[in-house]
Design a protein around this ligand. Structure first.
Ligand code: SF4
Ligand code: SF4
Ligand code: FES
Length: 250
């Protein structure tokens, strides 16, 4: 199917969102709560576009054949600046918000500043539940009073120390500590497993390994027990054996 972005015909795939089609075509739409591997929720409100004269979030709008989308109208930019102003008032020291504010011409923030560090995008909760499968984080409260933490703000028994939440956080406000043998995140300290060949510490905890086994994903636990160097050496050894056996047969 075809959609029209800023007057140009663009090929779109059935079921994808306006944001996905636009990003694939190289258009630049600011987005903080979108991740290609997670279901969109439209929390940050930054990816605004105009569809049929109505301002809406691109990450939650599914394409339709012939859909007419404008990315840079006065209305879009006005609404985006309002959203940015609210986010900047909430998290005044975020470099990414600083950068976006300069890009979209946001002047002085007129709202009272808070000392928050989280923009309430919800990506941490979603990656933990949807991708990692640990479901260790919860959303409490509403609006600017929303908090994303382990339930009851206590170290979660379900956290496996994978640090995926810190990795996806767009404002890098989830802190963790890694030593040679431990990972500490959300107040919980876990042991890092060691490579079964050379003993180097792995970015994997026993809790995470257990979860991977329990979920039966296509990640093979036996391959995860090796560090990158030993894993590469193992692959080369396997390839060598395969090639040698083929040569013997021929
Ligand atoms: S570190 Fe813990 S809370 Fe964060 S994604 Fe992994 S399991 Fe979830
Ligand atoms: S901690 Fe980071 S990822 Fe989680 S809601 Fe806040 S800004 Fe988003
Ligand atoms: S990326 Fe669309 S609302 Fe956040």
């Amino acid at each position: 199917m075809n959609i029209i972005i800023n007057g140009k015909d663009v090929a779109a795939r059935k079921g994808e969102t306006v944001l996905e089609a636009a990003l694939r075509e190289g258009y630049d739409i600011p987005h903080l709560c979108y991740h290609p591997a997670l279901k969109p929720e439209g929390n940050c409100r930054l990816c605004l576009v105009e569809v049929g004269g109505k301002v809406t979030t691109a990450c939650t709008t599914t394409v339709r054949d012939g859909m007419v989308i404008e990315l840079d109208t006065e209305e879009v930019n006005k609404h985006r600046r309002t959203v940015l102003e609210m986010l900047k008032a909430l998290v005044p020291k975020s470099p990414i918000l600083e950068e976006l504010s300069a890009k979209f011409g946001l002047g002085k923030v007129r709202l009272a500043s808070s000392d928050e560090v989280c923009i309430k995008c919800g990506l941490c909760v979603r990656v933990c539940a949807e991708l990692v499968g640990a479901d260790a984080l919860a959303q409490e409260g509403r609006g600017t009073e929303t908090f994303f933490n382990p339930p009851f703000n206590e170290p979660s028994p379900d956290c496996v120390g994978c640090t995926a939440c810190a990795f996806v956080c767009p404002v890098q406000c989830i802190k963790y500590e890694k030593t040679d043998d431990k990972i500490t995140i959300w107040g919980k300290t876990m042991d890092r497993l060691r490579c079964t060949k050379c003993g180097a510490s792995l970015d994997l905890t026993a809790e995470h390994m257990e979860l991977i086994k329990k979920r039966g994903t296509n990640l093979h636990p036996e391959n995860l027990n090796l560090c990158d160097t030993c894993s590469r050496a193992e692959t080369l050894r396997t390839m060598k054996t395969v090639v040698e056996s083929q040569l013997t047969l021929s």
